[in-house]
Design a protein around this ligand. Structure first.
Ligand SMILES: NC(=O)c1ccc[n+]([C@@H]2O[C@H](COP(=O)([O-])OP(=O)(O)OC[C@H]3O[C@@H](n4cnc5c(N)ncnc54)[C@H](O)[C@@H]3O)[C@@H](O)[C@H]2O)c1
Length: 415
């Protein structure tokens, strides 16, 4: 098989590598020339894909900026970003551009699969008309399906191969082609009745997480008032072997998916005069969590007789989750913003994020950062940091990730 992947980011690159590792020829297309150059020189820019894993792939994985190179592929998978506009509406610009480029080189019998997360109806209502500008008919001259990506950057217990893959085809033969494609790299492929079902299944997965994270974060705020340890409460509830699924509180939700995807569904729902209240409430609670964290830092300093204004506040971890360098929608950025507005002298340490351009900051080494801080806030708990040492070195520590559980110290405050 020869497979084209459009968009070589957190989703597209691992997918491209998985197909190449299974012995298939992969043409990766990206709009970013730096990514193309890096891949063609054997350099990865994604934590989950070490550069050493690219070398054995040799000629099987090639990156290109030219749509024409996709013409010889049996299947083309689209993995471009689906962000929000400034007014929090779905921004399908990347997707529509990718489809337009593809329509100009589309070949009879090709299979096109959309993996980008989006609202139900996108494949049929938005992709089909553009791809049919090729003069061919979807479902008859070429095949089309939606298959949501389920990758969780940084996760090692489930891989592309061991995570079941959903596919929903425009027609039955479309679904069969998509199933055959993914069976090359996935142990289990689940065929659904339509692209819309597959599109909505992905949103349900993410909204489920968003709602449950909001629930536990709201409870964390209540526990703060009640003087109850939220971590002990969650640990206790999690001893129930059925009917409960653990979600940990934290500084808020980040990444390209969870804070964004619910708005895709809310947009579609509004078209049908439906206002999904759970989804919007969860978004509201999660978006307010960084402000709560900044206020918690302010209180901790106040209890120590200090103001945020003029205090040196050292943030540990600014990416949205542990072990990776993705800062999209990271709550740390909002916490830093709030603290700077209050006059805090903010610095940070993150081995995965050398620079925070929007705040004009660069990562500071751990030891000097700890030594000069009035307060250290653990916002993202990257592995490889000795948190016991952090607590014993810094004058005051606020832990939003629960990694200091088990440590009792007068200078330690936990969410
Ligand atoms: N990151 C995740 O954990 C994750 C998980 C599941 C689903 N998704 C979904 O997958 C999609 C991609 O997310 P991502 O995290 O890989 O994004 P990303 O920003 O890491 O990668 C997208 C890539 O697409 C490229 N691109 C943009 N427009 C293009 C075009 N017209 N032609 C060719 N390349 C183009 C960009 O240069 C970039 O390299 C999104 O819809 C996202 O919601 C992401």
């Amino acid at each position: 098989m020869k497979i084209g992947i459009v968009g070589l980011g957190y989703v597209g690159l691992p997918l491209a590598v998985a197909f190449a590792e299974a012995g298939h020829e992969v043409i990766g297309l990206d709009a970013d020339q730096r990514k193309i150059d890096a891949l063609n020189e054997g350099r990865s820019y994604i934590e989950d894909i070490p550069s050493s894993s690219l070398e054995p792939l040799g000629e099987l994985l090639k990156a290109t900026p030219r749509h024409a190179d996709l013409a010889s592929c049996n299947a083309v998978i689209i993995c471009v970003p689906t962000p929000l506009t400034s007014s929090r509406e779905p921004d399908l610009t990347y997707l529509l551009e990718a489809a337009t480029g593809l329509s100009q080189v589309l070949q009879p019998e090709q299979l096109v699969v959309l993996e980008s997360t989006t609202y139900p109806g996108t494949t049929r209502e938005r992709l089909v008309p553009i791809l049919e500008e090729s003069g061919m008919s979807a479902g008859r001259d070429f095949h089309l399906a939606f298959s949501p990506e389920r990758i969780d950057p940084g996760r090692t217990d489930y891989t592309v191969r061991t995570t079941p893959k959903l596919v929903g085809g425009l027609t039955e033969p479309c679904a069969e082609r998509a199933r055959d494609l993914y069976e090359l790299i996935c142990d289990k492929v689940v065929v659904l009745s339509s692209p819309e079902t597959a599109e909505l299944a992905k949103l349900l997965e993410n909204i489920f997480r968003s709602v449950n994270i909001a629930l536990v974060n709201e409870l964390a705020q209540l526990c703060d008032r009640l003087g109850i340890d939220i971590w002990e409460v969650v640990d206790a509830a999690a001893t129930k072997p059925f009917g409960f699924m653990r979600f940990d509180p934290g500084p808020g939700m980040g990444g390209h998916c969870l804070p964004v995807d619910p708005f895709y569904l809310a947009f579609k729902a509004r078209e049908h005069d439906f206002y999904p209240e759970f989804i919007e409430l969860a978004g509201k609670v999660n978006q307010a969590q960084p402000a709560f964290c900044a206020e918690r830092i302010q209180r901790a300093l106040n209890d120590a007789g200090k103001a945020v204004n003029g205090s040196s506040i050292f943030i540990l971890g600014v990416s949205y989750k542990a072990g990776i360098g993705d800062i999209r929608e990271s709550p740390a950025l909002k916490i830093i913003h709030h603290l700077k507005e209050l006059g805090g002298d903010v610095s940070y340490h993150d081995p995965h994020v050398p620079k925070l351009a929007e705040h004009g900051l660069s990562s500071v080494d751990l030891a000097p950062g700890l030594a000069s801080a009035d307060l250290v806030a653990i916002v993202t708990a990257h592995p490889g940091i000795d948190y016991e040492d952090v607590v014993s070195t810094a004058p005051l520590v606020v832990d939003f990730r629960g990694v200091t559980r088990g440590i009792e110290a007068a200078n330690l405050v936990r969410l």
